[in-house]
Design a protein around this ligand. Structure first.
Ligand code: NA7
Length: 535
């Protein structure tokens, strides 16, 4: 795949060739910096390369989940559906790589094993499975949901049937017809997989630890009129999205449930249920912040589940009891309806935990004979890709150790003790609580400008100050404390992984974040320190 010899002393090493890595490469190349992207896989695409499970689809509308840096690109590319499926997004990312001639600077099947800052030379030494690099800057574009969480269940390693994972789905077609299949986990990935596979298999056993709220996507072919309208005013449309709390167009509710007539509220929630997808959560301004308003919206969805699922006992098990949106809200195509099929069974792990996995079975309330086991058990979110390898900063500090009590970062971009290292959509930025695509572009643009500013101002080393980082994470937590997110167990705060520090990591509020970023930048990168050789 690699078309040119890899440069071992580039100005910049970028880790990961997903949405973030390829755009970062494009920007740095345009600046004239020598840059290499190191990618573990033999294909680019990141999330959209790995997560190929049946039904994998983006739950942000296609016209929003796309790059905006190039007018020609956003005009030329035509999405076929309202919500794009994984194959089409991967095709798009490959198109972008070819269109901007990026492929030759990506080294595929090259995994970073260690990145170490040399305080004398102020260079990053990066060791991979193939080479050693030395670069001035090191940029982690490794994604927020890229290290899968493998459950610790007795017997899992001895399972002799077909073992699949939504996050590492095989590229070749998987024939599940006539199979007895178990799936563990009921997050977004599972909620998208279940309706697809239930149609073709013999029996499906769904092992649910926590039920999830899900809103119907009402996906369909792209409405050509809507597309033409948006394309005629794309810049303005993108700007509008930036002004909404989670950065998506449908999330625009300004009214408050607490101040509205309940019949009107129910009518509006019905509208939002039918057309807003993820935007259901921001459909009223107080759903994310006021537990009482949240309960009204949650109850609305609970009633929908009761209406859709015919068996009352199954419906009851599928009804979430926590705040809606506190865990990542899901968007589906026929998820709850699937439980009306005769070949689909729901096993509630709270009443019947999995005792063990046998060679060809899974045992909870009883023993289920299975041919295939699908793990849809999520990720070590937001920090996994940065703590699963040795990133060594000043004084030999390993990032994993620095973050033992919870990840801290300044703006989700820089980390104290780790000079000239940038993270794209790192902890402390809106990332997973925003539309990832524009948030990635925002960070890539910022990093590019920052490096440009350093060159113009004769600065060679940048790092965030400990004080700025502490203050920033206090703000992240203060804002989260004003919402329903903090009181819900979720992967936003590390609750899904045993022994992971419980710390809330995303910055809530796309417009506020953008304002702060702008303010800090125009204040000569306030909170960052430059050219400190020995701290
Ligand atoms: P998620 O949303 O983290 O879902 C993982 C699911 O797996 C969730 O239901 C977990 O239950 C469950 N889980 C995790 N570990 C176990 C064990 N040990 N036993 C049983 N069940 C378990 O990941 P997804 O891949 O579905 O979605 C990730 C994001 O991708 C998604 O939000 C979009 O942004 C795209 P829990 O809720 O932790 O009790």
């Amino acid at each position: 795949m690699n078309q040119s010899r890899t440069l071992l002393n580039p100005d910049v090493v970028i880790v990961g060739a997903g949405v973030a890595g390829i755009y970062m490469l494009h920007k740095l190349k345009n600046m004239g910096l020598t840059t290499v992207v190191l990618e573990k896989s033999d294909e680019l695409g990141g999330t959209w390369n790995w997560n190929r499970y049946p039904g994998a689809r983006c739950d942000i509308p296609s016209l929003e989940y796309s790059y905006q840096f190039d007018e020609g690109l956003q005009q030329d590319w035509n999405w076929s559906e309202k919500y794009s499926g994984q194959p089409e997004i991967l095709e798009y990312l490959n198109h972008v790589a070819d269109r901007f001639d990026l492929r030759k600077d990506i080294s595929f099947e090259e995994e970073v094993l260690e990145a170490k800052f040399n305080e004398e030379s102020s260079l990053w030494k990066i060791k991979t499975n193939k080479e050693n690099y030395e670069s001035k800057f090191c940029i982690f574009a490794t994604g927020c949901l890229s290290v899968p969480n493998k459950p610790d269940i007795e017997g899992l390693d001895n399972f002799e049937g077909q073992l699949l994972s939504t996050s590492y789905w095989p590229r070749e077609e998987v024939d599940l017809s006539n199979k007895n299949v178990a799936i563990i986990g009921t997050g977004s990935s599972s909620i998208q997989t279940i309706p697809e596979i239930a149609k073709e298999i013999k029996n499906l056993y769904v092992f649910q630890r926590t039920p999830n709220y899900s809103i119907p996507s009402n996906n369909g072919p792209m409405d050509k009129e809507v597309e033409a309208d948006i394309k005629s005013r794309y810049a303005e449309f993108r700007k509008e999205n930036w002004s909404s709390g989670f950065g998506i167009a449908s999330d625009t509710g300004e009214a408050f449930i607490s101040e509205s007539d309940i019949n009107e509220v129910n009518g509006q929630l019905e509208e939002n249920w039918k057309s807003n997808g993820l935007g259901f959560f921001g459909g009223y301004a107080d759903i994310p912040v006021d537990p009482n308003a949240n309960e009204v919206a949650a109850d609305f969805v609970r009633n929908k589940i009761k209406e859709i699922v015919k068996d009352p006992e199954t419906a009851e098990k599928l009804i979430p009891k926590y705040h809606i949106g506190g865990k990542r809200l899901c968007v589906d195509t026929g998820y709850f309806e699937t439980f009306n099929r005769e070949n689909v069974y729901l096993i509630d792990l709270h009443s019947n935990p999995i005792n063990r996995i046998g060679e060809s079975s899974i045992e909870a309330d009883k023993e289920y004979d299975i041919d295939t086991l699908i793990l849809a058990t999520g990720f070590d979110a937001m920090t996994g890709a940065l703590t699963s390898l040795d990133i060594v900063g000043r004084n030999g500090i390993i990032l994993r150790d620095q973050w033992k009590q919870g990840a801290k970062s300044y703006l989700g971009l820089g980390i104290s003790n780790f000079p000239n290292l940038f993270t794209i959509t790192g902890p402390g930025s809106p990332s997973v609580l925003s539309n990832m695509m524009p948030s990635i572009e925002q960070h890539v643009n910022w990093i590019t400008d920052c490096i440009g500013w350093m060159i113009d101002n004769n600065k060679s080393v940048i790092e965030s100050s400990l004080a700025a980082e502490e203050e920033w994470m206090d703000l992240v937590n203060e804002i989260a404390g004003m919402t329903i997110f903090k009181s819900t167990e979720s992967w936003y705060n590390g609750s899904n992984i045993d022994n992971k520090a419980k710390a809330f990591l995303p910055f809530i509020g796309v417009p506020v974040y953008a304002e702060k970023l702008e303010e800090i930048t125009s204040n000569n990168y306030q909170g960052f320190i430059f050219d400190v050789s020995n701290k």
